[in-house]
Design a protein around this ligand. Structure first.
Ligand code: GUN
Length: 292
């Protein structure tokens, strides 16, 4: 069994990005600039956004954090999105999700200029990704693909089972794993209603768990020698921690790991890669790599 070290891989990639940014700036080019909109005080979102700002510093990017209280109206938020769309200094921006219930999340996502949509959530980017055109790809699936590539884990022709069908992870992951230019795998997507979920997992060379149920994947569900990618990050109360909680993956790590060829830990697996891929998308935005 080999542990897939997302933290170390992300650090390596961020150093590569920093090097490229230094070169761009040395040649008189513009430093990439990421803006983030954070609404309210959700603990998870606060942490994610803080880490995104820190990652920007590590990569040599400029960053701007725009905060609103959770009583902001949809109109006010849309006005802020429009302002960032028209701000030539901002190369890319994100609106941290989830948003308060009174705001239509999809309307906000669709208001973002797709050329600045470094989250890859806009339907234009989602559609382009689905047919293999250059675009911003959602950070978590891109991070998983990158881990598989950097660890030389074969995917072509392999059987890959994805647990979960969210717009952010499950759906784009399935699209990428099936495409010839990315995973080139045979893909099965299972979800909370799948009758044969366990049997599908048992046949998989690669299991990608993104259902948000702690310890859902148990040893009896995994084939000997499989690769298991754990996307779960559920906060569970833990009195021994200063924060009062710990992150729990979707995989029962202690019993699954001994059967695996490769496995990602939680934390330190997929999580650090997600933010790192947002940085890679921001670099691409700064370079106008996909769109003029
Ligand atoms: N909330 C959870 N993950 C993400 C993400 O990747 N981007 C944004 N904007 N919000 C999130």
């Amino acid at each position: 069994m080999e542990l897939i070290d997302g933290k170390a891989t992300a650090a390596t990639i961020k150093a590569e990005i920093k090097q490229e940014v230094d070169n761009i700036v040395a040649q008189g080019g513009k430093r990439p600039h990421l803006a983030a909109i954070l609404v309210g005080h959700d603990g998870g979102s606060e942490t994610y956004v803080k880490n995104k700002v820190l990652a920007c510093e590590a990569c040599g990017f400029e960053s701007t954090l725009i905060r609103f209280e959770d009583d902001i109206t949809e109109e006010e938020l849309l006005a802020c999105v429009a302002k960032l769309n028209n701000d030539d200094d901002v190369d890319g921006f994100i609106v941290q999700l989830p948003l308060p219930k009174h705001i239509n999340e999809q309307r906000v996502i669709e208001a973002i200029d797709y050329r600045k949509d470094v989250d890859g959530f806009h339907p234009i980017n989602v559609g382009r990704m689905a047919i293999g055109l250059p675009c911003f790809i959602s950070a978590t699936p891109l991070g998983i693909l990158t881990l598989l590539q950097r660890y030389n884990i074969p995917t072509s022709g392999q059987k890959c089972v994805i647990l979960g069908r969210s717009n952010i992870v499950g759906k784009p992951m399935a699209q990428l794993m099936m495409q010839k230019q990315y995973g080139d795998a045979t893909v099965t997507v299972c979800h909370s209603r799948s009758k044969t979920l366990k049997e599908e997992c048992q046949k998989a060379d690669i299991v990608i768990a993104a259902i948000g149920k702690p310890n859902f994947v148990t040893a009896d569900m995994v084939k000997e020698g499989a690769t298991v990618i754990d996307v779960g990050t559920t906060r569970v109360p833990d009195a021994t921690r200063k924060s009062g909680f710990r992150l729990n993956g979707d995989v029962k790590f202690d019993e699954v790991a001994p059967k695996c060829r490769y496995i990602t830990p939680v934390p330190g697996g997929v999580g650090p890669m997600t933010i790192c891929m947002l940085m890679l998308n921001t670099l691409a935005a700064g370079k106008k790599e996909f769109y003029k």
